[in-house]
Design a protein around this ligand. Structure first.
Ligand code: SF4
Length: 485
């Protein structure tokens, strides 16, 4: 039965890519398939979570179709991507029991492996963004040597059975080690699919054509809002360079996305539909990832940039509207947790973990604490899988199960999914372990900062107050108490 379903799925994807005449019909067929597959998933998933997942998947298919119709995505590029990504990586069946590598991992470690790793191989960057940690001098910036980078990617594929990896930075297209660049990784691992977070400024016509030839890379370009906000943070003229990069990607036929950090400065822009309409309808963006600023650091500058609990709730409503009604494929790291049954960090099944340019293994890009370092693991004859067995990672996975996807009768509030941001007290008391170290001085310092702790806990209390009714009525289907007259 599973094989028949997979065949229908792959066949519909092929029709959408290759056959313009039948594309409309194939989209309908795939949409129906996604709906029935997602809605028939187990009871651990709340019905509204399944509906949110369907709306998101459906919006990806519809947006990809629009961009194929407009010629912004070339069928031959998409075919290669589908072969690697759709063929091997995606299945609405989340446990993917057909993958023997994942089954072997479960047999050995008791749980399914993570779906992907976010890897930042180098800290070097060519821009000087306000407040960014990356280093401008690529020659001296911290980085992983090429062999270590290569081994991480190989282990992700061969030990976790993963065919998808996120590359972040610094600026990934600046990475160079032992005469090799990140393109050498893409070329060698041509059975894997890579999403690259990039500032976009190095995507020339030549690079776009190379990526099209490789067919296993999609760039997600960072913007801060409109031209004014982007140039204010990233430097004058950067928005124009991004527009040029997008034109190069459209001409080469590569699907691309945007990524954006929501702050108090751009929250109002993000609450307007015209921003999304411009990027999706006019610039040919295929997906958007939104993050919300995680304040790591003290000082008023950082806390002032954080969005308020009220803004977060408004952004949640805006996200629902954009995905369900406008069919824009957008995922917001804190507001879209219904897409993944909660927090995906700590290397959980169907989730991920993060490795930085020093080789430190962290639960998530927003949880800047590590116990194991990849280079040390390798020097001691161990693998990435050993790093996932630290007490901190296990504590995180235990919390995720209890709070979320393995506790169907007592689900935690899906609008407050973040293990660190939304449950800071619990993070410090029950997840973080004494052997964990901060990624940098700021991360270390906030652990001993009572004011910072108080600020986050007050945020969490207020967020709980503002979201509990939404969660209960929309997700738990509880009927609201009548108000007293
Ligand atoms: S720790 Fe927070 S930001 Fe990271 S995956 Fe979990 S919910 Fe998302």
């Amino acid at each position: 039965m599973k094989n028949i379903k997979q065949t229908i799925f792959k066949e519909a994807v092929n029709q959408i890519i290759s056959n313009k005449m039948l594309r409309g019909m194939a989209v309908k067929q795939l949409d129906k398939y996604l709906y029935t597959s997602l809605m028939s998933m187990g009871r651990a998933q709340l019905e509204q979570e399944k509906l949110d997942q369907y709306a998101f998947m459906s919006s990806i298919v519809k947006q990809a179709r629009k961009n194929l119709d407009k010629g912004y995505i070339k069928p031959d590029v998409m075919k290669k991507m589908a072969h690697v990504f759709v063929g091997d990586n995606y299945s609405p069946d989340r446990h993917q029991k057909i993958n023997p590598i994942k089954e072997a991992y479960k047999e050995k470690y008791g749980d399914y492996p993570p779906q992907f790793i976010t890897l930042s191989p180098g800290k070097g960057c060519n821009l000087h963004c306000v407040g960014c940690y990356a280093s401008c001098d690529a020659a001296v910036a911290e980085k992983l040597d090429f062999e270590t980078t290569r081994r991480i990617v190989r282990e992700a594929r061969d030990i976790f059975g993963s065919h998808f990896m996120v590359i972040s930075g610094g600026e990934p297209f600046m990475y160079k080690s032992d005469g090799k660049t990140i393109l050498d990784i893409f070329e060698e691992f041509n059975d894997m699919f890579f999403l690259v977070y990039t500032n976009g400024t190095l995507i020339t016509e030549g690079l776009a054509n190379k990526l099209a030839k490789l067919g296993n890379v999609t760039p997600a370009i960072s913007v801060e809002g409109w031209e004014e906000q982007t140039d204010e943070r990233r430097g004058k003229g950067v928005y124009h360079r991004i527009m040029k990069a997008m034109a190069n990607l459209r001409n080469a036929g590569i699907p691309f996305g945007i990524s954006l950090t929501a702050t108090s400065h751009n929250a109002e822009i993000l609450l307007q539909d015209d921003f999304y309409e411009h990027f999706f309808n006019e610039l040919g963006v295929t997906y958007m990832w939104q993050f919300q600023l995680m304040p790591i650091g003290r000082g008023k500058d950082v806390t002032d940039l954080m969005i308020t609990p009220e803004q977060r709730v408004k952004l949640y409503k805006q996200w629902s509207h954009l995905v369900e009604e406008k069919n824009f494929p957008i995922a917001d790291f804190w507001n879209s947790a219904s897409l993944s049954s909660g927090c995906i960090a700590y290397g959980r099944w169907n989730g991920y973990f993060y490795i930085d340019w020093n080789g430190n293994m962290m639960p998530c890009v927003f949880v800047p604490y590590y116990v194991d370092n990849v280079k040390d693991l390798y020097a001691n004859g161990k693998t990435l899988a050993d790093g996932l067995q630290s007490k901190m990672f296990k504590n995180g996975r235990k919390w995720q199960k209890e709070y979320g996807f393995e506790n169907p009768d007592n689900r935690g509030n899906v609008l407050m999914p973040c293990s660190i941001r939304d449950h800071y007290k619990n993070f410090k008391e029950n997840i973080l372990t004494p052997d964990a170290k901060g990624e940098d001085e700021e991360a270390e310092a906030v652990l001993h900062d009572a004011e910072y702790e108080k600020m986050l806990e007050e945020f969490d209390d207020e967020l709980q107050r503002l979201t509990e009714n939404i969660f209960e009525e929309k997700y738990l289907k509880k009927v609201p108490e009548p108000h007293e007259a």
